[in-house]
Design a protein around this ligand. Sequence first.
Ligand code: IFG
Length: 538
Amino acid sequence: MASAMRNYQRTALFPALIFFFLMAMISCTSEPPTPKDLSKENLIPKPVSLTATGSSFRLTENTGIYVQTPSDGSNELTQLGQYLADLLKPATGFPLPVNATREAPSAGNIYLALSAGDAELGEEGYELEVTESLVKLSANTPAGLFRGLQTIRQLLPPAIESKKVQPGPWEIASGAIRDYPAYVHRGAMLDVSRHFFGVDDVKRYIDLLAFYKLNVLHLHLSDDQGWRIEIKSWPNLTAHGGSTEVGGGEGGYYTQEQYADIVQYAQARYITLIPEIDMPGHTNAALASYAVLNCDGKATELYTGIEVGFSTLCTDKDTTYKFIDDVIRELSALTPGPYIHIGGDESHVTRKDDYIYFINKVQDIVRSHGKQMIGWDEITLASLNPGSVAQFWANADNAKAAVEQGVKLIMSPAKKTYLDMQYDSTTALGLHWAAYVEVDSAYIWDPATYVKGVSKENILGVESPLWTETITNMDEIEYMAFPRLAGHAEIGWTPAAERNWEEYKVRLGRHEARFNAMRVAFYPSPLIPWEEEASGDQ
Ligand code: IFG
């Protein structure tokens, strides 16, 4: 009986197996690949070089993601393969298994591999080769592969960003891209002090930075209105100093565990986290938390307004430097990146000589904990180590002083990169003390020529600060950051000679479908020819 059953099962099963095999064959070979022109794709940032071959690669349910078997046993490439699979699975519904392989996989698959020593590609460059039968991404480093994955993502239809299965087809235009960034520092700063934003909001922002190949998130963790990072040796900084925000809301703070979670999330996207503890000015939250930090020994009141320049640590008290040493020690231990940002801006009530003395001492403290100091451009009044970095925001003389001291600059001109600047006088959010900054103005500038006397070799890169005096939630962050931050990402990545507003604005217009598929609450600037394409949310 049993053997008869087995025979029956085999015979009944056999036709079904044939059917499914034929279906599988048909589904991946029935239609010829759709002709597509890689040079007509709308990549942001625009790649350095691209050659189109006029056909396409089709992702199917049989597509596998293969990663080169590592010689050192690390699973970093497998994690990258899994990151890609996790990006593509929701909209395609395909299984997209991830496997290690010693040589290029067979037709119909995606292959991620490290290539030795292609000097021109550097740390973050990549090469993408797409044929009808294979998508091959190679780079010197895993970071380069990660940047290339964003390009693969942007070469698929916008609906790929949908979290629900979409009809497809999922085709990538064929050809070759060779790409690498103009600047090593391409970042965004988020002020979590004026208004506090939880871990999930910060992770969402990190995901959007990664999409545009940005590689730095600078968190402005303390200011007059709030102290946002737990310091175990000075617990009242968050217990009291983290208890409110602009407008008197409940504020908040990151425990050291939550901060470590944010750092890890950023690291997995090859984004370096730079923490900022602003000092000696912008310190009312600390001064309200510990009387001893005040020159008169009296704690200040918590502050929920938006004035600046009224606070200072007591620069001639030893306790102040003990406090700073404790803070920098704990923060450095939690921060794998090379930098600690110590602010230094708008210290309007700190005497100049005291300020210079203070910055010099804090620079030594930062270095004693194995980190390099970054500060807003006023720090160039002090004697800076070559490893220190000045962040230019408003004063061109300070930027030139950095060059004279052999100190690199991060370019964050308020009139171009401050994402809290209103787009125009009708923008309900933001400020306009520096300028109204529409999408064109945010794009039409070159960091290498913006300040006379400061040229490309003096510049680490660009960074876009979003101050949050008037910003209270993720939608408002996205409204102010996008689309301007996409243009800043291109300024940091694409050679200036390759950038042109008339061409860029059309490419940006075609990102509308991607913004919609990612549910980005972007500002629909009237300057952009937006093209709402099926974003796959039906
Ligand atoms: N300047 C202050 C910020 C913030 C900003 C708002 C710097 C370096 C104005 N300092 O920009 O704290 O208040 O646009």
